[in-house]
Design a protein around this ligand. Structure first.
Ligand SMILES: [Fe+2]
Length: 222
């Protein structure tokens, strides 16, 4: 009894489906399920990249020759790596600061972090406009940056400040050099970005941070 019930079931199901299939007739193709599976894992056997890092293209008609673009892109990628590093130093110090100036520095560091983030985007997009490839990932930034490696440890506030001022100064020296090069090559846009945004912002931040390590009396004048 049990085996005949098993064999009867598929037949019954087939008979039930048949009228539906016949009714669909010529519309059978359009009723086929759409394949909604995303095509995954394409990076595992990828074709050549659309552009290699370190090269410049002449895609955009901005009136600058390849030699000028190459020089500007090389300088800007250095400034980008240093600015990303400085931005991240500010967030590290924002989290780890300690002592009686905690609240001041905690807020100031985050403000500077946001300003450095804005600069990061401006530099990276200038590189792309020039036909270059902007450095982006942490491991590449670490290799390229001219700022000495920052320890993972939590440090005293004056050490944090001193470390930040050293990073700002390295970055600013590079800014002056690359602004001059861009000016000599006629790349006014790059020169303007470096002078008007990078130098001005970094100098202002140096002022705000520096005043925290002046040994001035808190209560009674010396
Ligand atoms: Fe925060």
């Amino acid at each position: 009894m049990a085996s005949s019930a098993k064999t009867a079931a598929p037949k019954a199901a087939a008979a039930k489906k048949a009228p539906a299939a016949q009714a669909s007739g010529q519309n059978a193709r359009s009723n086929a399920a759409v394949n909604i599976q995303p095509v995954l894992g394409q990076q595992n056997n990828a074709p050549a990249p659309t552009q290699r890092y370190g090269t410049v293209s002449q895609r955009l008609p901005i009136g600058l020759d390849e030699k000028t673009r190459q020089a500007s892109v090389t300088g800007l990628n250095q400034l980008l790596a240093d600015t990303i590093t400085l931005r991240d130093m500010y967030k590290k110090h924002h989290w780890q600061v300690v002592g009686p100036t905690f609240y001041q520095l905690h807020l100031l560091y985050d403000k500077h972090y946001e300003e450095q983030s804005t600069l990061v985007d401006a530099i990276a997009e200038r590189i792309q406009i020039l036909g270059g490839v902007a450095v982006a990932m942490a491991h590449d930034v670490a290799e390229l940056s001219s700022i000495p490696r920052v320890p993972r440890d939590r440090e005293e506030a004056p050490v944090q400040v001193s470390r930040l001022l050293d990073a700002h100064q390295r970055l600013l020296k590079n800014c002056h050099e690359y602004a001059d090069t861009a000016d000599e090559n006629g790349d006014d846009g790059t020169n303007d970005l470096i002078v008007s945004q990078l130098i001005r912002t970094n100098e202002m931040q140096v002022w705000f941070v520096s005043e925290h390590v002046v040994d001035s009396p808190l209560i009674q004048a010396k």
